[in-house]
Write a protein that binds this ligand. Structure first.
Ligand code: GLY
Length: 291
């Protein structure tokens, strides 16, 4: 298939890209393809940072964040702290399609999902429950290096740019904590004249620098997708590294409106999947050096 670029975060990005590409080959729309790809990761119980199987918050229940943005029409929809609906990206898409709102949270998001006919399902897997019970014994804070693994996907064609992301967020988070993923400008952004970006990593820190809107703005100023990703990650490193100079974990993928691609990460070996319409390849990004 010619004239497409599909990319997704992490090793599970392979599954997301495969499913999205298959859907496109069967004639799916760009929105359907992104939703299908992300749903596949949401329903994979082995992925402990997205959808069903995601690790719960400190109270022991799973709260999901997701968003989708369609560059054409500059439309978006998102849900945050959603309980009981593992396909959070599908609910986010429905918010975009039927409501005038950009984001629903908590019980309001669940009520909307029910009203729209989504089936309530278990989100806590037996494995995740077991890990939570073990954590509760010590209540050790999670290390920053772990478990911020959002599935983020960008689909570009000459006429379309769609970006989506979904996560169960930081494990053992405070109930009600919302990360970057459902926040337009933080965890994702898309502009038909500029391009799109999607982030993964420490969502509190990504939100503090509005990472994806920065990437988009830099592309709008004329930077390549790669330059924009590097500059935005350097900005995060400058603003939010700790007293020892250790930056927060964050990575960003971007596609310009002309179809060119960029990726940058604040830490070593960030894996992502890329499909150019001919083949699907996996890559690893080395950590960007601070200036
Ligand atoms: N980036 C996902 C989160 O921190 O919630």
């Amino acid at each position: 298939m010619k004239g497409i670029l599909l990319t997704a975060t992490w090793n599970f990005g392979r599954l997301a890209v495969e499913r999205a590409f298959n859907a496109l080959e069967l004639g799916a729309s760009a929105l359907d393809a992104v939703e299908t790809g992300i749903n596949a990761v949401e329903m994979d119980p082995s992925v402990q940072s997205v959808g069903y199987g995601g690790l719960p918050n400190r109270a022991g229940y799973v709260e999901l964040d997701a968003a989708i943005m369609d560059a054409h029409g500059h439309r978006s929809g998102a849900v945050a702290a959603l309980r009981g609906f593992p396909r959070a990206i599908s609910v986010a898409r429905r918010v975009m399609e039927v409501l005038p709102h950009a984001l629903l949270v908590g019980e309001g998001a669940a009520e909307f999902a029910r009203e729209q006919g989504f089936e309530e399902e278990e989100t806590l897997s037996p494995e995740a429950s077991e890990q939570w019970l073990q954590w509760r014994e010590t209540q050790a804070p999670p290390a920053d290096v772990e478990d911020h693994d959002t599935v983020g996907m960008i689909l570009w064609t000459p006429d379309t740019i769609v970006v989506g992301c979904s996560t169960s967020g930081l494990k053992w988070k405070y109930p009600g904590r919302v990360g970057d993923s459902p926040i337009v400008g933080a965890g994702l952004y898309a502009d038909a004249e500029v391009g799109a970006a999607v982030a993964t990593g420490n969502g509190d820190e990504i939100s503090r620098v509005a990472l994806c809107s920065r990437v988009a703005f830099l592309m709008e100023l004329g930077r390549s997708a790669q330059e924009a990703c590097d500059e935005a990650i350097r900005y995060l490193m400058r603003k939010r590294s700790d007293e020892k100079g250790v930056p927060p974990h964050a990575a960003v993928l971007a596609v310009r409106a002309d179809g060119s691609f960029g990726v940058s990460a604040s830490y070593a070996k960030f894996p992502y999947a890329l499909h150019d319409g001919q083949s699907l390849t996996m890559h690893e990004r080395e950590a960007l050096q601070p200036d």
